[in-house]
Design a protein around this ligand. Structure first.
Ligand code: ZN
Ligand code: ZN
Length: 171
């Protein structure tokens, strides 16, 4: 999706309602497939700035870091961008908003939408807070299957003590 700044300057305001396919599978290891992002926003031109305000909606398919199962992850995020054709003077840098200085009258919005998604997706996604993950011995998904593998569960405060004794045994 591209926006024509010259046209926006003429109209002063534009509604942006579109959907766009975003593929983040190569930049985030837990993103399973490309996703359709629904964009509802308003673009305005004022005082040499082109301002976009709106929302992004998508349902991503993420892979759980613990049990490796794919799950739906609905995303709804605010979307705010400010463009300028010229380097703004220091005083014009209002609030904390980063102003994107663009060279062309035509701006591709996809990279900016990708950036918002990437910032929102958890670094280590899990399918649910209490995901039990995979059995480290046999590999079954412990959310859905049981296994008879013996697992030592050690209080972390006692683990150090145990290490101490086992290293003593080795000497
Ligand atoms: Zn999981
Ligand atoms: Zn097991």
């Amino acid at each position: 999706m591209r926006i024509q700044l010259r046209e926006l300057r003429r109209q002063q305001e534009q509604d942006l309602n579109f959907s766009v396919d975003v593929d983040l599978t190569k930049v985030h290891p837990n993103v399973e497939k490309s996703v359709k992002v629904f964009v509802k926003a308003r673009a305005r031109y004022s005082e040499d700035l082109y301002v976009i305000d709106g929302r992004l909606n998508a349902v991503l398919t993420l892979k759980c870091s613990k049990c490796l199962t794919a799950y739906d992850w609905p995303l709804e995020s605010d979307w705010h961008e400010v463009f300028s054709r010229e380097q703004p003077a220091q005083a014009e840098e209002k609030d904390d908003t980063n102003i994107h200085v663009v060279e062309e009258d035509e701006v591709d919005l996809l990279p900016y939408i990708r950036e918002v998604l990437l910032l929102e997706i958890p670094f280590v996604p899990v399918c649910r807070d209490d995901c039990r993950g995979l059995c480290p011995v046999c590999g079954v998904n412990r959310n859905t299957d049981d296994c008879d593998c013996k697992q030592e569960t050690i209080d972390p405060r006692l683990a150090e003590l145990k290490n101490f004794f086992s290293s003593k045994d080795n000497t």
